[in-house]
Design a protein around this ligand. Structure first.
Ligand code: BGC
Length: 459
């Protein structure tokens, strides 16, 4: 293995300033055409959420969250002072349910709600309760939907390994409501919430009066962003609707579904590993930006790069590992782990490669692997920073407010060492040094629970 070819592999993941600016330019174009017309690459979904919490909201609401490998049921107490209490339960979604029928999936979800109510809201089952006791539920459903009202939305397509074919084109709130009704639960699905919208709402609720939250970003299994848009810019909903809604508010939260940005990889590029990875996914050719950025894919990109180093560059010489050739064998935690290893001999990395792939390695190999890991993680964060910057330019946020607040959630952001630093590097390139300093980026607390409850409350 010559040093040059490791460099080549590492460089294939890097984005220079010119590319970052081109990415931002294309992003603004795609965002604007998504606001004007349906059927655009970036869907820019109107959420019909037209108010940002002030922190004074009060009440007890249910929230359920389907967006990855787990399903969560929560009961949220909003205390009205920017704080909340939450009781929750979590259950794994089996692979069969992820690719089965909508009846099976939504029936399972409703059963979990029933179980939760039995455990935590036994009073709910009392005979004498009238309609005023119907519990409002916020449904965090983190997949692209065509939303037509606060609690109406038809599924456009599945992402993140789900493929329940007969649900596509159906109203997911109705699918859940029907199953809840079958179980005779007094629960009303009041709001359909993308996790990014929940993130924005919960960040705003939890930091009342401190700053203006403009965006909710998820950098986890998948990636996406919701932001505050001027209602007049959402021309695709029609002048009449805009006029009607603007009687009560000048804004609407838009769910960008930025995972589908730059479908053709014109600006974000496509390495050999990106193409192989895409061919292994259920939604081939879709959500290419997400496949460069989010946690579901970073581990696989690393595995593919390791296969290349092994087969072409003699890494792990004369060893054979079935695990190395097994698609999806590594998850993002592999990258976080190796990135965090600062020991001189990279001992932790050595142990990790041995335990997960049954491979021994030389120090020189581990040093190269660490460079590859860093390149994959850095590209992910640089892409995220570039599009955050692009949205802030599009909304002219720097002209409107002294400080801009971005709420973020998701395992990649939380656990990848140095991720925010890399986000800021590309943000600086896109919005300039002075403006970058005016952007606060902070963790949002439980957007898919608290945020969904907030949406159900305002619905
Ligand atoms: C989905 C989005 C979601 C994001 C983060 C993507 O795959 O399309 O709706 O917000 O994942 O969970």
């Amino acid at each position: 293995m010559t040093k040059f070819s490791v460099d080549e592999l590492v460089n294939s993941f890097s984005l220079d300033n010119v590319q970052l600016k081109r990415i931002a330019d294309l992003f603004i174009k795609e965002a604007e055409s998504g606001l004007e017309n349906d059927g655009q690459p970036m869907t820019m979904i109107p959420t019909y959420v037209t108010a940002i919490p002030s922190g004074n909201e009060k009440g007890t609401l249910l929230a359920v969250d389907l967006g990855g490998t787990n399903f969560r049921v929560c009961s949220v107490n909003l205390n009205g002072d920017g704080t909340f209490g939450i009781v929750q339960s979590r259950v794994a979604i089996s692979n069969e349910l992820m690719v089965g029928t909508s009846n099976a999936l939504f029936g399972f979800l409703a059963q979990q709600v029933k179980k939760f109510l039995k455990q935590h809201h036994e009073d709910h089952f009392a005979e004498d309760k009238g309609p005023e006791h119907v519990l409002k539920l916020g449904f965090t459903f983190s997949f692209p939907v065509n939303q037509t009202a606060i609690n109406r939305g038809t599924l456009i397509r599945w992402t993140k390994g789900f493929d329940v074919k007969d649900a596509v084109g159906k109203d997911v709130c109705q699918l859940l409501q029907e199953q809840l009704d079958k179980l005779k639960l007094k629960v009303h699905v009041a709001a359909l919430v993308n996790d990014t919208v929940g993130t924005l709402m919960s960040r705003a609720y939890c930091s009342p009066g401190k700053q203006e939250t403009q965006m909710g970003v998820i950098l986890g299994t998948g990636t996406n962003c919701a932001y505050v848009e001027n209602l007049n810019a959402v021309t695709k909903i029609g002048a009449e609707t805009v006029l009607k809604l603007s009687e009560s508010s000048p804004m609407m939260i838009i769910n960008t579904e930025w995972g589908s940005f730059d479908k053709g990889c014109l600006t974000i590029g496509q390495t050999l590993f990106d193409s192989i990875l895409d061919s292994e996914t259920l939604n081939k050719g879709y959500h290419m930006f997400e496949k460069h950025v989010s946690g579901m894919f970073l581990g696989e990109l690393l595995r593919l790069a390791l296969v290349e180093l092994h087969t072409k560059c003699d890494f792990f010489a004369s060893q054979h590992s079935d695990a190395l050739f097994k698609p999806w064998k590594l998850d993002t935690s592999a990258l976080s782990f190796i990135e965090a290893d600062t020991s001189t001999d990279l001992d932790e990395t050595e142990k990790f490669l041995l335990a997960s792939l049954h491979l021994t390695s030389t120090l020189a190999e581990r040093k190269s692997i660490k460079l590859v890991v860093d390149a994959i993680g850095k590209r992910s964060a640089h892409l995220a920073g570039a599009v955050i910057g692009a949205l802030l330019l599009h909304t002219q946020s720097f002209e409107k407010m002294p400080q801009v607040d971005v709420g973020v959630d998701g395992s990649v952001f939380k656990f990848y060492p140095g991720y925010e630093k890399y986000i800021r590097e590309s943000l600086r390139v896109v919005v300039g040094e002075q403006n970058e300093k005016r952007v606060a980026i902070g963790l949002a607390e439980d957007g898919s629970g608290v945020g969904a409850a907030l949406c159900a409350l305002v619905a």
